[in-house]
Ligand binder design. Structure first.
Ligand SMILES: Nc1ncnc2c1ncn2[C@@H]1O[C@H](COP(=O)(O)OP(=O)(O)OP(=O)(O)O)[C@@H](O)[C@H]1O
Length: 259
């Protein structure tokens, strides 16, 4: 594995007495076709890691394995019990009101109050009694985030959560995730196609290729981050080159090469 940026991965800015992720020699094959060969991956408690790679490189497969949703993944896996996942599609139940979706699967007293607290964090307390079908795409993803937050996860798994949003809504959702992560400090594994998203949010970006974590980039840009920081352009270039994408192409053409 090649490490770029600083020589060692920086510890999270705030120490967090939680449980990180440790993956060793993870392997997954579908009908004999090996997708993940020997993946090693560590995420420190409270660390934000982005996972990039060409389409079909196995990013979602790895995320599902880390979420313990894939009983056929083989290898060593140590992950926190308290984890939550947000997918590209919000997966809200249309027949349950927003607040009930947030606490789905939870029991005990005060569920509505807990849902309202989480919805307040994503700016949607006023929509607690709405039906999911009346929400916009961005609002639905924020409810999905609230559903994750209400579980106070030590590990938050994000599988292209903003992939279907328009550019402006996506920027706002990224800013929201940056703020929530700073406040709650779960360990995060974010699957994304978007190099800029990785650079805005993550402590490290990992490139998945040939069934392995092939490269690692330390994102040493101070927070709060902005696209204007001088390190941004350098790291963006390195990441795109790592992905085999021409960094001199326009954003849309790059996205096309990555999809
Ligand atoms: N349930 C399945 N059965 C058979 N093949 C599968 C299954 N799930 C994934 N694969 C294959 O494994 C490979 C990796 O898929 P995966 O969805 O993990 O890639 P990805 O990197 O997340 O892709 P993308 O960026 O396009 O979402 C693909 O070739 C895919 O066809």
């Amino acid at each position: 594995m090649t490490a770029h940026g600083a020589t060692a991965a920086p510890p999270p800015a705030v120490s967090f007495a939680g449980h990180g992720v440790r993956v060793r020699g993870l392997r997954r094959a579908f009908s004999g076709r090996v997708v993940l060969d020997a993946v090693d991956l560590d995420i420190a408690p409270g660390e934000f890691v982005a996972l990039l790679g060409a389409s079909g490189s196995g990013k979602s497969t790895l995320l599902r394995a880390v979420a313990r949703l894939d009983p056929h993944a083989e290898g060593g896996l140590d992950v926190p019990e308290r984890r939550a996942i947000v997918f590209q599609e919000h997966r809200l139940l249309p027949w349950s009101k927003v607040w009930r979706n947030v606490t789905l699967g939870l029991s005990g007293p005060g569920l509505r109050a807990r849902a309202l607290e989480a919805l307040t964090e994503v700016g949607l307390a006023a929509r607690a009694d709405a039906w999911p079908t009346t929400l916009s795409g961005g609002e639905s993803q924020r409810v999905a985030l609230a559903r994750a937050l209400v579980r106070t996860p030590e590990l938050l798994l994000l599988d292209e959560p903003f992939g279907a949003l328009d550019a402006l809504t996506r920027l706002k959702a990224q800013a929201l995730v940056a703020r929530l992560w700073t406040q709650h400090r779960p360990a995060v594994l974010l699957v994304t196609h978007d190099v800029e998203e990785a650079l805005l949010l993550a402590d490290r970006a990992l490139l998945l290729a040939d069934g392995k974590v092939a490269e690692e980039f330390v994102i040493d840009i101070p927070r709060p981050r902005s696209l204007d920081h001088p390190r941004f352009a350098t790291l963006r270039r390195r990441l795109l080159l790592g992905l085999g994408v021409n960094p001199d192409l326009g954003h849309e053409e790059q996205a096309e090469e990555l999809s």
